[in-house]
Design a protein around this ligand. Structure first.
Ligand code: HEC
Ligand code: HEC
Ligand code: HEC
Ligand code: HEC
Length: 451
């Protein structure tokens, strides 16, 4: 295992590559070919074994993908969730007809397939090819003697071991894209769709159906978790900004599309008491007119924290671009679109600088400290940013355990303070920024004692 500093440096190299994705942010990873269907992968000598004891890969991937008792089985249930009572209600409220044939929903609740083979079933939900890519080009050859990952990728398999590719694939459905049926509008949420929340490293482990063992790291040496986390943040910033720049997605009648904004800025109780009880805090990093909903900047805040550690000089430019973007929101759509473009450019430049910057075995500790530090923690005034920061701290701590920087016992000893921070974002309606920051500070301090 490389030390954390090297690991961090390597994901920074990935951030660099991110610049190329900024323009064509969506769909960069998706290969073309025919979708053959889950049944084509499910043979009992292939991925359909009862036990995960295959020689190279587990071979019980089908069982894990279907596992009814865990979140790991979620992708086999996406179509069933769509045509559930709740799904039908959402679709009929929106006038979309039957949910199971609503194009606005199928892009995420089924495998978004072009050409389809005989065994493709839409009711399989997000099947193997929904992530690994259409299999027609490689299904017959990918397990043959002499097959290699690079060869499979050349034949059309998605390189999900590459954090940037993986982020692009997951974010299509877990943040949104401009491809058909992959965008959750505020209208959908008002009609009953849950909010979607995502963190690349955490969600990868929640649906893990592969063993990161010696042969895996030999075949796919690029896997490490700080990089996954950071690439997930950077790609989410780029993706959100690129969707926001598209006029048809970013507006709804005379209003902007509310899905891009901090939900709780609008959804609060009102009271007419003479003693006004303010239910929100102003945020120094968001210079917007008083009473306007702020752009959801959860991933921007995380990148800002990482930048303080790895590219302190460029961090200022990135923060300024983020501030200008918020400020432009108070001016007009053309100004905001231009500022979104500049923030996208600053995000790329940051990746560039961080790839060259210093790194050491202490990096993950420093990033955690930055997240809890004064400059960043004043920005936790809303629910989504706060929830993202707890996931980040948890992810980074797990990484240090995996890399042997912190012992399992020591991490377990401070679990209670991390759980308190999670509890402070457990229910959106009870979220209180001051209480949240206190809980986060405690967790960050506890981790600091392990340093
Ligand atoms: C951008 C991708 C995307 C689109 C488009 C989308 N969904 Fe979803 N949907 C999700 C994700 C992701 C979740 C899981 C959210 C979570 O809990 O984190 C979800 C959850 C749901 C759930 C709750 C499932 C459960 O297990 O309780 C229902 C019902 C649902 N969606 C129906 C719909 C309907 C109906 C449409 C079309 C109007 C739609 N979705 C469009 C991604 C999408
Ligand atoms: C939600 C996305 C997603 C779905 C759906 C999915 N996978 Fe995966 N799979 C991944 C990711 C991410 C990895 C880890 C990255 C990698 O090894 O390429 C992975 C890894 C694997 C591996 C290990 C590869 C190795 O080199 O050791 C196999 C085998 C696999 N998946 C098979 C399947 C099969 C079979 C299905 C369907 C039953 C499936 N996957 C469904 C995302 C997915
Ligand atoms: C084609 C769309 C699609 C893609 C691609 C996709 N997902 Fe999902 N995923 C969904 C939907 C829809 C749900 C919600 C299902 C439900 O709630 O019933 C979901 C649920 C999940 C869950 C369970 C979450 C929970 O709270 O229960 C995890 C974990 C997850 N996805 C991880 C990933 C990862 C990691 C990737 C990329 C490797 C990925 N997904 C790619 C559509 C997708
Ligand atoms: C700019 C203000 C604004 C923002 C930001 C906003 N909403 Fe809304 N939301 C509204 C309005 C206005 C309505 C309609 C209320 C009505 O009809 O009285 C609404 C309705 C809803 C409803 C239906 C409530 C009901 O009583 O049926 C839900 C659920 C919802 N929004 C969720 C969200 C989520 C989740 C987000 C963040 C992604 C969000 N909203 C962001 C203004 C906003």
């Amino acid at each position: 295992m490389p030390n954390i500093g090297t690991a961090v440096r390597r994901w920074l190299a990935m951030l660099l590559g991110m610049a190329a994705l900024a323009g064509a942010a969506t769909g960069a990873a998706l290969a073309s070919g025919r979708y053959e269907g889950v049944a084509s992968c499910a043979g009992s000598t292939c991925h359909g074994r009862a036990d995960g004891d295959g020689k190279i890969v587990r071979q019980d991937e089908l069982r894990l993908w279907q596992e009814p008792s865990t979140r790991g089985g979620a992708h086999s249930r996406t179509y069933a969730a769509l045509v559930s009572l709740r799904g039908e209600r959402i679709a009929s409220t929106l006038g979309l007809g039957r949910a199971g044939s609503a194009a606005a929903c199928l892009g995420c609740h089924a495998t978004p397939a072009g050409a389809r083979g005989d065994r493709f079933l839409i009711s399989d939900g997000v099947g193997c090819e929904g992530c690994h890519g259409p299999a027609s080009g490689w299904i017959a050859s990918h397990y043959a003697v002499g097959a290699s990952h690079a060869g499979n990728v050349a034949a059309g398999m998605n390189a999900l071991d590459n954090p940037k590719v993986r982020a692009a694939v997951c974010l299509d459905c877990h943040l949104g894209s401009d491809k058909p049926g992959q965008f959750v509008t505020h209208a959908m949420m008002a009609a009953g769709h849950p909010r979607i929340s995502f963190e690349l490293d955490l969600f990868s482990s929640l649906q893990q159906h592969w063993n990161v063992d010696a042969d895996y790291t030999a075949r796919k040496p690029s896997s490490d978790n700080v990089r996954l986390w950071a690439v997930g943040q950077a790609e989410a910033v780029q993706r959100s900004l690129s969707l926001f720049r598209q006029a048809d997605l970013a507006s709804n009648g005379i209003f902007p599309e509310f899905t891009f904004y901090d939900c709780h800025s609008c959804h609060r109780g009102i009271d007419d008491n003479p003693e006004r009880t303010r239910t929100f805090e102003t945020n120094p990093a968001r210079p917007i007119p008083f009473g306007q909903p702020p752009y959801n900047d959860e991933n921007i805040i995380m990148l800002s924290a990482v930048a303080q550690v790895l590219a302190p000089r460029e961090a200022g430019q990135f923060d300024a671009a983020a501030r200008n973007f918020h400020a432009a929101m108070g001016k007009g759509r053309p100004e905001a679109v231009a500022a979104a473009g500049r923030l996208g450019t600053a995000t790329s430049a940051l990746g560039d600088a961080m790839a060259r910057g210093p790194g050491g075995s202490d990096t993950a500790f420093q990033v955690i400290a930055a997240i809890g530090g004064r400059a960043v923690s004043v920005r936790f005034t809303d629910y989504t940013g706060s929830a993202q920061s707890v996931m980040a701290v948890d992810t980074l701590l797990n990484l240090m355990v995996r890399e042997g920087r912190v012992t399992v016992g020591a991490a377990a000893g401070i679990r209670a303070s991390i759980n308190r921070a999670y509890a402070a974002v457990a229910t959106p309606a009870e979220y209180n920024p001051g209480a949240f920051r206190a809980a986060l500070r405690q967790a960050v301090n506890a981790i600091g004692t392990l340093r």
